[in-house]
Design a protein around this ligand. Structure first.
Ligand code: NCD
Length: 321
């Protein structure tokens, strides 16, 4: 990350718990900071020193490969000492475990704790119990702010803007923290967001947020600039939300035919991990319109920006960058 003059309207908070409540200027500031990290990640020597001597703990109550490794690399590229902690989420007294763990870790004086938890609101609760910065790496079906930021960065780099674009978010919106954070961020930056999926997974209540909702891929993908697919989150479903995986693919799986309903220069995104053949055809996932691999690269750049920003926020006694 490069040091520049403090931006009085920029992001200057000790925690990143969600996209909700962040201003357009704060969001753009984080995207601009992330942009500055991309080049560093492409150099043979990738190390900065913004967090040199600092301690980052990745506390994951849910299994995660990509998000945890992305946060780990981001911290290391800023020079921080990074410790990974995997805690079983099946523990009976989850509430107690969460607070106990937080208090114990806090006693080790970390500078930032990155938390993923299967309960919505758990990360905000933890932030109240510790003295250091906290970053939400996904809490239940609530928010996943760094995913939305990395998605926005990827879109902006390919389309040059977010404002005025039509973004179709398809699939399991109901269970998706990625969808929630993306809806908040994209609408804050002036995109038009459409939700597509079976009504069991895309409740009509989203219309109250001013979003277009449809069950038809053909209708929803019309004129879309970005097609954002979501993983079918079977682990969060109780009861039957979809008829069968085969039926699901037939109606809502993104294949080349359905993609042809979108604009010819539309891009395809997916936060991963993908269920190939369920929500997305491998030919599309690996095809020329796919930005899926680039999303992963942008993830590290965004997380570097966020970690640097929270640790150096003026609330932490640091100077805002
Ligand atoms: C997402 C998550 O965990 O919320 N994945 C991720 O961050 N890599 C999306 C998902 O699990 O479907």
């Amino acid at each position: 990350m490069t040091k520049s003059a403090p931006n009085p309207y920029g992001f200057n908070r000790p925690h990143l718990l969600g996209i909700e409540g962040l201003s357009k200027l704060e969001l753009l500031d984080l995207l601009d900071r992330a942009e500055a990290n991309i080049e560093l990640g492409r150099q043979p020597k990738k190390k900065g020193d913004l967090l040199r001597g600092r301690t980052q703990i990745n506390l994951f109550f849910e299994a995660s490969t990509r998000t945890q490794s992305s946060f780990e690399l981001a911290g290391k590229r800023l020079g921080a000492d990074v410790m990974n902690m995997q805690v079983g989420s099946s523990s009976v007294k989850k509430g107690e475990t969460l607070i106990d763990t937080a208090v114990t870790l806090n006693a080790m004086n970390p500078d930032v704790i990155v938390v993923r938890h299967n309960a919505s609101g758990a990360v905000a609760l933890l932030a109240q119990k510790v003295d250091c910065s906290v970053v939400n790496a996904g809490d239940g079906s609530h928010e996943h702010p760094t995913q939305a930021l990395l998605d926005a960065l990827t879109i902006r780099r390919h389309k040059g803007r977010i404002e005025g674009l039509t973004v179709a978010i398809c699939g399991d919106v109901a269970h998706s923290r990625v969808a929630r954070s993306n809806i908040l961020l994209l609408t804050a930056l002036g995109a038009r967001v459409r939700l597509i999926g079976p009504s069991t997974l895309v409740p009509g209540a989203f219309r109250d947020m001013g979003l277009e909702v449809t069950t038809s891929m053909k209708e929803g993908l019309q004129d879309a600039d970005i097609v954002m697919m979501l993983r079918l989150q079977r682990e969060r479903m109780q009861g039957s939300f979809v008829p069968s995986v085969r039926e699901y693919f037939r109606y809502w799986g993104l294949d080349e035919k359905k993609l042809s309903y979108a604009k010819p220069d539309a891009f395809v995104m997916h936060p991963g991990p993908m269920n190939r053949g369920v929500e997305i055809d491998p030919a599309v996932a690996d095809g020329p319109q796919s930005l899926i691999r680039e999303q992963v690269e942008m993830g590290v750049a965004v997380r570097m920006a966020v970690l640097g920003a929270v640790v150096h926020s003026s609330g932490n006694g640091g100077e805002a960058l």
